[in-house]
Design a binder for this molecule. Structure first.
Ligand code: HSE
Length: 429
């Protein structure tokens, strides 16, 4: 029986879940894998939290040096989150010859190049399945099972908090605002008290940077991800979208085309017939297209103590059973490889919602703006006049360039007598 000692840095929600899985399944891992995995040490400032989980006082370390010098510890699990002190601790563990399993997407996204260099130098494993999409095994799928493909596209709902908020707004049929649902989500523990990382799209962008680097075999730094959050989403757009057969999602999109790579996170209308449209509440899914496999969708819990713990323990077992560790399949530098082309002026279909004055010539003027920039309209809907005399007018365009839409919007905004632009949402599917 191979003995494997682990240390857990941080006993928050995920750390606690990981400890529970490791202790409850210890006999299972012995039987199934011939591995006796024991939690040898933990690092947690709130000692009472460790004691409440049933961890012996003697296993609670006072600092990272104690864990690094503990010969019983083979693998360090980092579940603290944030960049510091997690980065210092992970580097110390790697330099002490311990393999590391982390769930830390911000750390991994921003400093993978640095961590991987130290891991390689010390012949240690660096595992990060839990950093993206919680319990959904998308990283191993990209690293192993899908390697035979050229992956051309990836679309994902990879943030549970925003998916929960958008689902609740949709279920309420537009009768509740973003702010109201956010408050409710915070009260229920689905959203953080400071929700910025989730609602402004940072969390999804860290994950997309990691996933697209793996999928496209080139470094995609966070700075290259076009990021928009959901804070400006209105109840009206949820209603109008539904009427048009769309569901609004915060989508992370990565495309690898002959022209270059595009990576973006923004609110997106997804056709209700698309498999991603039925991913609701805090569930996550990633829809990957490869040239050989065609379409694959991985779906499940993207967060939570046990789902994320599941990914971490999977990495611990994999690490314990392999000696030849895998590293990046691309030049893992801080910045993008100079030969990688990025597309900022990407193509998409668009939904434009305007309030117009109901008088002759307005449509002609709008058509002239669209024609000026080569924008072709696929559908137009005129809604009933509001009490103030405004008429909501909705256009769905055919695929067009982002810059063309921006120019058209600037022209519409500049000519105040035509119409007031209320919202612009990209459309897929
Ligand atoms: N805050 C993330 C989410 C979970 O809402 O999906 C951890 O990545």
């Amino acid at each position: 029986m191979k003995k494997v000692g682990v240390a857990i840095l941080g006993l928050g929600v995920v750390g606690g879940g990981t400890y529970k899985i490791l202790t409850e399944h210890r006999e299972l891992y012995k039987k199934a894998h011939g591995l006796d995995i024991e939690v040898e040490s933990v690092l947690e400032i709130r000692k009472e939290r460790a004691l409440a989980l049933g961890i012996e006082e003697g296993k609670i370390a006072s600092n990272i040096a104690e864990i690094c010098s503990n010969p019983e510890v083979d693998i360090v699990i980092e579940v603290m989150g944030g960049v510091e002190p997690a980065k210092t601790f992970v580097l110390a563990a790697l330099n002490a010859g311990k393999s590391v399993v982390t769930s830390n997407k911000e750390l991994f996204c921003k400093y993978n190049h640095e961590l991987e260099k130290v891991a390689k130098k010390n012949n240690c494993g660096l595992f990060f399945e839990a950093s993206c999409v919680g319990g959904v095994p998308v990283i191993r799928a990209l690293l192993d099972n899908l390697q035979g493909n050229k992956i051309t596209s990836m679309m994902g709902i990879i943030n549970g908090t925003t998916n929960y908020i958008l689902t609740k707004m949709s279920e309420a049929n537009g009768s509740v605002s973003y702010e109201e649902v956010l408050k409710e989500a915070q009260a229920l523990g689905y959203a953080e008290l400071d929700p910025t990382a989730d609602v402004e799209g940072y969390d999804a962008s860290y994950k997309l940077s990691i996933l697209s680097s793996l999928a496209f075999h080139t470094k995609i730094p966070f700075s290259k991800v076009h990021r928009e959050g959901i804070t400006s989403v209105s109840a009206e757009d949820i209603i109008y979208g539904k009427q048009l057969g769309f569901v609004l999602k915060l989508l992370a999109i990565g495309k690898n085309t002959d022209r270059g790579i595009e990576v973006r996170v923004h609110p997106t209308y997804v056709k209700s017939s698309h498999p991603l449209a039925s991913v609701n509440d805090s569930y996550n899914a990633v829809y990957i297209t490869g040239d050989a496999v065609e379409d694959v969708m991985l779906y499940g819990r993207g967060a939570g103590a046990l789902p994320t713990g599941s990914a971490i323990v999977g990495d611990v077992i994999y690490c314990a059973k392999h000696n030849n560790y895998q590293y990046s399949t691309f030049n893992n530098t801080e910045d993008a490889d100079p030969s990688t082309k990025f597309i900022d002026n990407f193509r998409s279909a668009y939904y434009l919602r305007l309030n117009v004055v109901d008088k002759a010539g307005v449509l002609a003027k709008l058509s002239a703006v669209f024609a000026r920039y080569g924008i072709s309209v696929a559908k137009m809907v005129q809604e009933a006049e509001k009490e103030n005399g405004d008429v909501p007018l909705i256009f769905i365009t055919h695929e067009t360039k982002e810059n063309s839409i921006k120019k058209a919007i600037a022209d519409i905004n500049a000519s105040g007598d035509i119409a007031k632009l209320e919202s612009v949402i990209r459309v897929v599917g």
